[in-house]
Design a protein around this ligand. Structure first.
Ligand SMILES: C[S@@+](CC[C@H](N)C(=O)[O-])C[C@H]1O[C@@H](n2cnc3c(N)ncnc32)[C@H](O)[C@@H]1O
Length: 232
């Protein structure tokens, strides 16, 4: 599922170019004959829990293949929330191991001894960690040098500077009575840059004011806001 899902678009091309290598350790290969990878929870209750024996073996095998010091990360709704800074930091790591849970999750003894960190996609529950792994790996792969067609594509995107990205327009110049803003058509790059910065700040104020609290403000940001509030 993970290899198929990532064999597409930017992530597929990045892997094909050899900019990163992906390897799967399938729990079934580490499960003794007739043992299931899951079992009923001690203490009763609904659902199944992933047994520790195959998981620990698989994690040890992964650690032996990954570069020394690679973090073993369990993607879990109980982990810290992943954001763009997290995936940027991960994109600079020489290696990482991700563990996908199923059912009610993994036996707690694995969390205590075999897992270095727990990270979450957000405050909602997926039925399995494979999708979470695909999301995270896609976000990491597109940040690797050479992954995107244009090196600047990732630099301007939402969250890269603590702001949401400015709006985009393409042809036609007018669409069912909706024109493209004039400033984008005049070829004046300084004005276009100024307008984009202004739009990025404004839409971040409107949609994600929480991002602004942590942002370092520059004089040019304030100039953009000033020009919007007091147009000449
Ligand atoms: C059904 S969930 C288990 C939820 C767990 N019983 C709980 O309440 O915390 C099964 C697996 O999906 C993955 N998963 C579910 N939601 C996730 C999220 N928000 N972020 C990352 N992984 C998630 C984890 O690997 C988890 O072990």
């Amino acid at each position: 599922m993970i290899l198929d899902g990532l064999d597409y678009g930017v992530s597929g091309r990045t892997l094909e170019k050899g900019l990163a290598r992906l390897r799967i350790w399938d729990l079934k290969d580490y499960c003794p004959a007739r043992m299931r990878v899951d079992d009923r929870p001690y203490g009763g209750g609904p659902g199944m829990v992933m047994r520790p024996e195959p998981l620990r073996k698989a994690i040890r095998a992964a650690r032996n293949s990954l570069p020394q010091g690679s973090a073993m990360i369990y993607l879990s709704p109980q982990g810290r929330r992943i954001d763009q800074d997290t995936v940027e930091a991960w994109s600079r790591e020489p290696g990482l191991g991700f563990i996908a849970g199923r059912y009610e999750g993994v036996d707690e003894r694995i969390c205590e001894r075999d897992i270095d960190e727990q990270w979450s996609l957000g405050d909602y529950i997926l039925s399995g960690g494979e999708l979470a792994i695909m999301v995270v790996i896609d976000a990491i792969l597109r940040l690797l040098p050479g992954a995107l067609g244009h090196e600047d594509s990732a630099k301007d995107e939402s969250f890269a500077h603590g702001l949401l990205e400015y709006p985009h327009y393409t042809r036609p110049q007018e669409f069912e009575g909706q024109p493209v803003p004039d400033v984008l058509l005049n070829g004046n790059h300084a004005q276009i840059q100024h307008w984009r910065q202004q739009q990025a700040i404004l839409r971040t104020c409107q949609r994600r004011p929480d991002l602004l609290c942590e942002r370092h403000w520059w004089m040019q940001d304030l100039t953009c806001l000033d020009a919007w509030m007091y147009p000449r």
